[in-house]
Design a protein around this ligand. Sequence first.
Ligand SMILES: Nc1ncnc2c1ncn2[C@@H]1O[C@H](COP(=O)(O)OP(=O)(O)O)[C@@H](O)[C@H]1O
Ligand SMILES: [Mg+2]
Length: 300
Amino acid sequence: MIKKVYREGGAYSSDMVIDEVSVSVKRLTKNYGKITAVNDISFDVLRGEIFGFLGPNGAGKTTTIRIITTATKADSGEVYLNSFDILKNPLEAKNSMGVVSQYINLDMELTCKENLIVHGMLHNMKKRKILERIDYLLDYIEIKDKENVQVEKISGGMQRKLMIARALMHEPEILFLDEPTVGLDAHSKRKIWDLMVKINSENKTIFLTTHYIEEAQQLCNRVAIINSGNLIEVDTPENMIDKIGIIALDVFNHDDCTTYFFDSREKALESASKMDGKIIIREANLEDVFLDKTGRRVKK
Ligand SMILES: Nc1ncnc2c1ncn2[C@@H]1O[C@H](COP(=O)(O)OP(=O)(O)O)[C@@H](O)[C@H]1O
Ligand SMILES: [Mg+2]
């Protein structure tokens, strides 16, 4: 298993090797009445990787993350965190995880610093340690100057970063983030990506959910594709794309578009030369993988 490593300038490249299991999910199922939100899914998250859960709205991403982080219970199945059963050892589990939920759940009337203090107290941290961590983390997420500002007065991007800082207060080994960049502008999104890569480079495992193809493809060592509660595939983005063909040929015919895949640009060009209509040759991406496996697009 190869790890992506951040390089100055924004490119992500590969080195380091990862193998140990950090989170093990076995045959998890959860129903809400007649809706099966999560349908018998199993996967492992490896220590030190950025693992992505990619799927459209309603796929079961939040439900899965909520089960793993003990916010809700599964109907059946098991979850192990560092080999501990989360239901039998909830305290160990809670202390080794930091959670950033899908929706902003900061206390808007409190200052940035006060929000972090509350979290530290809930985790029974010593006062000195709390203040030390706050100093470090506000600096780390580059909002030190907002320390004493009410949360409602800072931007959405800063609020997300503050939620990440809060989740890191008690120094968890694994960070869970549910759609961490939804609703953010391109610049703030990039800042959050950089922050996730920085956190990961300090040996923390990251589990994130997303419906952004680019986010999964750029950031994640491995991706699980989830659709209607079913786990479709788990692999590196590169392997998934290799399997369908790295070059895509979109052939437009009136309003229809048919996509063909090839393992080289030469083969794609050769086929294109025999076709009529508007044709686009491009690199295949995870959206193509998703479409290939499910017949639908991640984003409508
Ligand atoms: N508390 C709930 N009560 C009833 N249905 C729910 C609840 N939470 C989620 N669902 C349903 O379960 C499915 C999966 O939802 P969710 O896990 O939130 O998906 P995602 O996070 O991928 O958008 C959806 O059909 C959703 O409507
Ligand atoms: Mg969700």
